[in-house]
Design a protein around this ligand. Structure first.
Ligand code: 5GP
Length: 110
């Protein structure tokens, strides 16, 4: 499948964006519209999976890597969000984890 998502375009250098970390299978970029002091997106390099459900079913090891990398780049306490489907606010259908960190004591879901 051609790499056509906005995240893949950033990775390819076709549009601007700040990639802050990379492993063999995932990359991490800074969200253009941060919702927290730290707001990163952990993205598998493959575009094969549109959402976290597809990723869990198709490649659980890759999902585990996304989560592990989220913990590494957060460098402290963090919130992990996978918007799944349009009605949940998903706008980019290339699976990605939102890592929110840095002063999240307001607005806890708990
Ligand atoms: P979703 O709504 O699909 O869960 O998340 C997509 C995220 O991608 C949003 O938080 C949005 O701000 C971010 N985003 C969309 N376009 C760009 C872009 O061109 N550059 C960067 N760095 N982030 C983007």
């Amino acid at each position: 499948m051609a790499d056509t998502s906005v995240f893949s375009k950033i990775r390819a250098g076709e549009i601007p964006g700040e990639i802050v970390h990379e492993t063999e299978r995932v990359f991490v970029l800074r969200d253009i519209a941060p919702k927290a002091p730290v707001h990163l997106l952990v993205v598998p390099k493959t575009e094969q999976y549109r959402n976290v459900g597809e990723l869990a079913a198709g490649d659980p090891d890759l999902l585990a890597e996304v989560i592990a990398v989220a913990g590494e780049v957060a460098d402290g306490d963090f919130r992990l969000i996978f918007n799944t489907g349009e009605d949940a606010g998903q706008t980019v259908f290339h699976v990605h984890a939102h890592v929110l960190a840095g002063g999240l004591t307001e607005g806890s879901l708990g």
